[in-house]
Design a protein around this ligand. Structure first.
Ligand SMILES: NC(=O)c1ccc[n+]([C@@H]2O[C@H](COP(=O)([O-])OP(=O)(O)OC[C@H]3O[C@@H](n4cnc5c(N)ncnc54)[C@H](OP(=O)(O)O)[C@@H]3O)[C@@H](O)[C@H]2O)c1
Length: 433
């Protein structure tokens, strides 16, 4: 390829916010290092933003900045595109145009991939160009490449991730400082970990998009964000966390993708993680992904899942890869064909459950409650009573039960006269001893 004979690759960057500006900074600071390690020189040819008058803390040569993203994609002096705008449109159309024009694309956009990823991968494959997306899941943590390349021959059974730093920060503060959910969210907002509208994080939407991408890569199966069963952390109280801690567990928001009997199940929900499990020690805004495979056993990747610098680091790794491939006239690993496998409804997934309920401490109450569990085929593993008198609290941990049976049990428990309130219902991570 004539334009790459001297190892020069010109990048067009769409978006210059948190990630885009950190990327421009890294490309400048680490220019020599990149060339020494990879043999390519990457030049920032164009950068597209929305608002040209906004002040930016990056230095760009005259004429590089534009508010016409389409012109960046079609520019003849742009060889590779980095998309760090976010959202589905115009990112999708811009990426499709770039791929069809034979330009490799690097993106950090989980929302886009979790919704229309398959369309993009098909066009990338048909055009024979790279579409790389390491930064879209768990920010700075290398996860996609290890899954696609290092573990390409591994039979993966389950991937369990703490993939949302905001919720992990909130739950960590509730655990360690015993503060309320609202106070922990307010603190996360002050520190810039949570958006002014934290819905995408605390209701699990962000983690669900990442879970869909993880499931697609780990199991080669077509999963979109809408296939992911999702539950956030808004109903978790400091009391639940304290009770979990007394039982030897830490509460975390988990994204779980697993495959059994030819079906895939993908869910995001808060869960009680045994205190000795490596995921229990992931504190604050850190992320980690725990992979279980037949030959590799257990593997955990840990680091910063967000932030301009860590995310730009992952984007840069992909960019160097794409640039190298371009110079060498080859294409990197593809994600292969995504199979259509059954997605197991959450109702059919089996877990152990934790349930808390408020009851008066009177004869017959326990009998009535255990009868409801038995009626629905849910067997009790342990029961503890806290406080006495009218405000007693009962804490149950069940043996493995089907989600649908558990939900039916909870509905029936709410109708038991002596049960004042059924509090949080949490899945308990791990196999039964
Ligand atoms: N931030 C993180 O920690 C993180 C972590 C992992 C993944 N990501 C992903 O990385 C991507 C970027 O995130 P970010 O935090 O950098 O977002 P951001 O700070 O909001 O930046 C978005 C950039 O896109 C530009 N933009 C918006 N609409 C545009 C358009 N129509 N044409 C051209 N430019 C446009 C904006 O321009 P103006 O500057 O003029 O407003 C801004 O520079 C998202 O997909 C996000 O999910 C982010």
């Amino acid at each position: 390829m004539e334009r790459n004979e001297d190892g020069l690759v010109r990048v067009g960057i769409l978006g210059c916010g948190n990630v885009g500006s950190a990327l421009v900074g890294l490309l400048d600071t680490n220019a020599d290092l990149i060339t020494r390690r990879s043999g390519v020189r990457i030049e920032v040819a164009r950068v597209a933003v929305q608002n040209l008058t906004k002040e930016r803390d990056v230095e760009l040569a005259a004429g590089v900045l534009t508010n016409d993203a389409g012109s960046v994609v079609s520019a003849p002096d742009v060889d590779v595109i980095v998309e760090v705008i976010g959202g589905v449109e115009p990112a999708r159309s811009l990426i499709l145009t770039a791929l069809k024009a034979g330009k490799p694309v690097v993106t950090a956009n989980k929302e886009l991939l979790a919704n229309v990823g398959e369309e993009l991968f098909e066009v990338a494959a048909a055009s024979g160009v790279d579409l790389l997306f390491e930064a879209s899941v768990a920010g700075g943590i290398p996860l996609i490449r290890p899954l696609r390349e290092s573990l390409a021959g591994e039979r993966i059974s389950r991937v369990t991730g703490i993939v949302n730093g905001t919720t992990n920060y909130v739950l960590t503060r509730m655990t360690e400082e015993r503060c309320s959910f609202a106070a922990a969210v307010a603190e996360a907002q002050e520190l810039g970990y949570a958006e002014r509208d934290p819905t995408a994080d605390i209701d699990g939407f962000d983690a669900a998009a990442k879970a869909a991408i993880i499931a697609s890569i780990a199991f080669g199966v077509r999963v979109v964000a809408g296939d992911v069963s999702r539950e956030g952390i808004t109903h978790i109280t400091a009391d639940d966390i304290a009770a979990a801690s007394e039982l030897g567990y830490v509460v975390k928001l988990l994204a779980v993708a697993e495959e059994y009997d030819g079906a895939v199940s993908v869910h995001v929900h808060p869960a009680m993680v045994p205190a000795g499990h490596p995921l229990a020690s992931v504190r604050g805004s850190f992320n980690a992904v725990f992979i279980e495979g037949d030959a590799v056993g257990e593997l955990m990747l840990y680091g910063r899942g967000a932030g301009g610098g860590p995310t730009a680091s992952a984007v840069l790794g992909d960019l160097v890869d794409a640039a190298k491939n371009l110079v060498e006239g080859r294409k990197g690993a593809t994600i292969g064909t995504l199979a259509l496998k059954p997605i197991l409804a959450i109702d059919d997934v089996e877990s152990q459950f934790y349930l808390m309920m408020e009851v008066p401490d009177r004869p017959g109450v326990l009998h009535a409650i255990s009868g409801v569990f038995a009626e629905h085929g849910v067997s009790i593993r342990s029961m503890q009573q806290r406080e006495r008198g009218d405000d007693a609290r009962l804490i149950f941990v069940t043996h493995k039960a089907k989600e649908s049976d558990l939900r039916a049990t909870v509905r029936a428990l709410r109708d038991v006269e002596q049960v004042h309130r059924v509090g949080a219902v949490l899945r308990v991570m791990g196999e039964e001893e």
